[in-house]
Design a protein around this ligand. Sequence first.
Ligand code: URA
Ligand code: CA
Length: 447
Amino acid sequence: MRTVDLIQKKRDGHELSEEEIAFLIDGYTKGEIPDYQMAAWAMAVYFQGMTAAETAQLTMAMVRSGEQMDLSGIPGVKVDKHSTGGVGDTTSLLLVPLLAAAGVPVAKMSGRGLGHTGGTIDKLEAIPGFRTELTRDEFIDQVKAVGASIIGQSGNFTPADKKLYGLRDVTATVNSIPLIASSIMSKKIAAGADAILLDVKTGGGAFMKTLDDSIKLAQAMVAIGTEVGRETVALITGMEQPLGSSVGNALEVKEAIEALHGLGSPRLQEVALTLGSHMLVLGRKASDLAEARKTLAERITDGSALAKLKELATAQGGDASVIDDPSLLPAASRVEVIPSGEDGYVQAIEAEEIGLAAMMLGAGRPTKEANIDLAVGIVLHKGIGDAVKKGEPLAELHVNSPEPVVAEVVDRVIRAFTLSSQPVEKPPLVYAVVSKNGVERLDGVRT
Ligand code: URA
Ligand code: CA
C-alpha cells in the first residue's frame, strides 16, 4: 500500500477500506508516514467527508494506537459523560456523585481547562488535598468501593489522536465533523465505559455555533458508538450564556455543592438532571426518563448525593469539611461588584467572553503550561430574560489581580452583556436528543 494512493483515493471522493485507514493511522503513529502526507489526507477528508463506516474505522484505529482502560472488573454498566466544552459548566462535579448515589458506577477520567473553558480536574484541586492522580488499581478499587472516582488523564491513550489533532490545528482541518467525531469518540472509547452520554453544546460559547451543525456532530458520534457497540446518546444543550452562575474553580465547586443541596442556579440543576436521567437509563438503573429523574431528585433531597461527594473526596485524600462548609474553600482577597449602567432585560451574555474574562483574572489557562488561581472568578447575578435595574449587580468578580487588570475585566464583562428595553424570552436549555433511534427536537424547559 502507498500513502499517496490513499490520499488520491480520498481526494477523488472514494471510500477507504478498514485496512487502508489502519495503514494510515498505524504508519502515522509510528512516524513512518510524514506530517505532510497526513495533512494532505486530512484536507482531502475535510472536503470529501467520510462515510459512517470509515468514521467508525478511523475511531477504532486511533483507539488501538495506545492504551485502553479496562473497567471490566467493575460490576454494572459503566456510563461515561463527555461535554464538548462549556463555560460555567459544573455538571460533571454534580453528576458523578449523583449517579454513584443512584447505583451507576462512574470511573471518570477528566481534563484540565484551556482557554475560555474550565476543566473538572482543576476544579477538584480546589478541595484541599484532593489527589487527581491515582494508580490504575487505586482508581478501579475506589469505583468498586465508593461507586465513583475522577482522575486526570495519564498514560498513553490515543496517541494517534494527539498527533493528528496537533496537525489539524495547524493545517486548518480541525473543523471537519468526521474528524472531530472520531477524535472525541476515540478518547471516550479508550477510557473504557460501556455507554456514553454526550453533552454537545450549541450557541455562541460553543465549538458548534449552529443547531444544525451541533446535531450533525452528535449524529456522527452516536453512529460511531452504535457501530462499535458502546451505546451512545447525545443531548444538544444551549451555550448562549454560561450554564451555571459561577465561572472559576473554587466558585464552581461551591456551586456544585449548592446544587447537591437542591439550591443554586436552576439552569445548572435542570441540565444536570436531564443529562443524569439519560445516564441512569443508559446504566440500566431506571426504565425510563421520568423514573430516572424522580430517583435523582430523591438522591438530592435525601442527602445521599452530597454524602457521596464527601465519600469520593475523602477516598481521594481531600478534606471533605469544605463540602460541609464551602467558606473553607480557597477565597479571593476582594470582591468587586459590577452594577448595571441602565434599566432593561438581559438579552445575551456571551459565554466565551465571560470565560475569557475569568481567564484574565487567573481562573483559566491562556496556554497549556500556565498556572491558575483556584480562588478567583466571576459570579453572574443575572441570566438571559432577567429584568435588571440601573445600579443592580450584573455580576461580581472574585479577584487577586492588581487594579488595571480588574478594570479591564470589568469592561469585558459589561461588554459581554447585551440589555434590551423589551422583555426577553429565556432560551431553551436542551434543544434535542440524538440517539440510535434518531433526532428528537425539544423545546422544553426554560429557566
Ligand atoms: N475536541 C477534540 O477532542 N477533538 C477535536 O477534533 C475537536 C474538539
Ligand atoms: Ca456585547
